[in-house]
Design a protein around this ligand. Structure first.
Ligand code: ZN
Ligand code: ZN
Ligand code: ZN
Length: 57
């Protein structure tokens, strides 16, 4: 039996709605982000570029 493990997480950016696979996510400070923009705190005001996500605003 293999233990079930979590493979998806919501992006750690608080206003981002994206869910990322842990294997694909950008890891920073032990948290998982959907994109470099989220991981870096949106330094340029750019969003994560995912449709329907407004985490840049
Ligand atoms: Zn997003
Ligand atoms: Zn994100
Ligand atoms: Zn974000």
């Amino acid at each position: 039996m293999t233990a079930a493990s979590v493979t998806q997480m919501k992006c750690a950016c608080s206003s981002c709605l994206c869910v990322v696979n842990i294997s694909d996510a950008i890891q920073k400070d032990g948290q998982y982000y959907c994109s470099d923009a989220c991981a870096n705190g949106h330094p340029d005001g750019a969003g994560c570029s995912h449709a329907g996500c407004e985490c840049d605003s």
